[in-house]
Design a protein. Structure first.
Length: 326
């Protein structure tokens, strides 16, 4: 019996050594198969553009296939939850915005906890946006619109492309800072909401700059302020939201690249380095500049700090706005 017990212990020890060795070897050989990138929004949107520009360059640098899959639904919950449940082996990433940080506070069945289930491995971009009204709206500035909205609370509609989206959160910060109340009209994305603004069915919207610029230039919509740190070269006469007198609303959302939190540290470091390298690639910078969505290389520690700070900031916005759990 003693000999059998000894044999079992030796077998267990040998198996453990083999498993550790196999795990280390897998990390050393990473990536040895295609990387799966999930975008929890419709194909062709801003997040999809960002995901492809950055992650496909990572694939070229690694000489490995990158598959970008748009998996929309549930205000980004479906695709994000799928990554939270995936194997923490570095082969499944999600590219998304503030919804990853706030949706667990907005949806009972979101399917994840941001701090517990995810690590941010790269800052894809900051998303710049612009406040718009229909050209027939009798205002020339965001200040004038606010005064009008204060006199007629609830009488103007806000086209909301998704509860908890970066646009929704930017709008809520503005409404709180300005002390106004608009009637929320939900949409499945920005394009349809923008069409309804152009046809004067909506009164006010905040839209990603890349999507709005052609329509601003065509005169189909009127810009009131940009949600950026400084004025936009394409709209030199349009003030930033801070210049317009609402500095508290000057939130510029960002899109991050995330992996499951249990992903081994060596892989986190390797992925982070690859994303930072891709963001400095001239072709990637050109693609992002065309969409007015600049990227910025950041370390894992910097990303963790940004993630924590934004989650706290946006949770406060949600509570102040009285956004109900759905």
């Amino acid at each position: 019996m003693r000999g059998i017990a000894t044999a079992i212990r030796l077998l267990a020890t040998t198996s453990s050594v083999l498993l550790v060795g196999a795990g280390a070897n897998a990390q050393d050989n990473y990536p040895s198969r295609p990387i799966h990138i999930i975008v929890p929004y419709p194909a062709g949107g801003i997040v999809d553009i960002v995901a492809r520009a950055v992650t496909e360059q990572v694939g070229r640098d690694w000489k490995q296939t990158v598959v970008v899959e748009a998996r929309p639904g549930g205000n980004s919950n479906i695709g994000t939850a799928a990554v939270a449940r995936s194997e923490p082996d570095g082969y499944t990433w999600v590219v998304t915005g503030p919804a990853l940080l706030v949706n667990p506070d907005l949806y009972k069945d979101a399917g994840w906890n941001a701090a517990r289930d995810f690590r941010c491995v790269g800052l894809a971009v900051w998303n710049q946006s612009v406040a718009l009204v229909h050209p027939s709206m009798p205002v020339k500035s965001i200040g004038e619109f606010v005064e009008l909205a204060r006199k007629q609370p609830g009488q103007f509609n806000f086209g909301n492309p998704g509860t908890g989206s970066s646009i929704d959160l930017s709008a809520q910060k503005l409404f709180q800072a300005a002390g106004i109340k608009l009637t929320n009209v939900g949409y499945k994305g920005q394009p349809q909401a923008l069409i309804d603004l152009m046809t004067n069915l909506m009164h006010f919207e905040i839209v990603s700059l890349e999507l709005a610029l052609p329509h601003i230039k065509a005169g189909s919509v009127k810009p009131l302020a940009v949600f950026t740190d400084k004025r936009v070269p394409d709209l030199p006469d349009v003030p930033t939201i801070a210049e317009a007198g609402f500095a508290e609303a000057a939130y510029v959302p960002w899109y991050g690249i995330y992996v499951p939190a249990a992903t081994p540290a060596p892989l986190l470091a390797k992925i982070n380095a690859a994303i930072n390298k891709a963001l400095q690639n001239p072709d990637v910078q050109r693609q992002l500049s065309l969409a007015n969505i600049p990227g910025k290389p950041m370390s894992l520690d910097e990303l963790a700090t940004l993630m924590k700070a934004d989650q706290q900031k946006l949770t406060t916005v949600i509570k102040s706005a009285g956004m109900a759990l759905q």
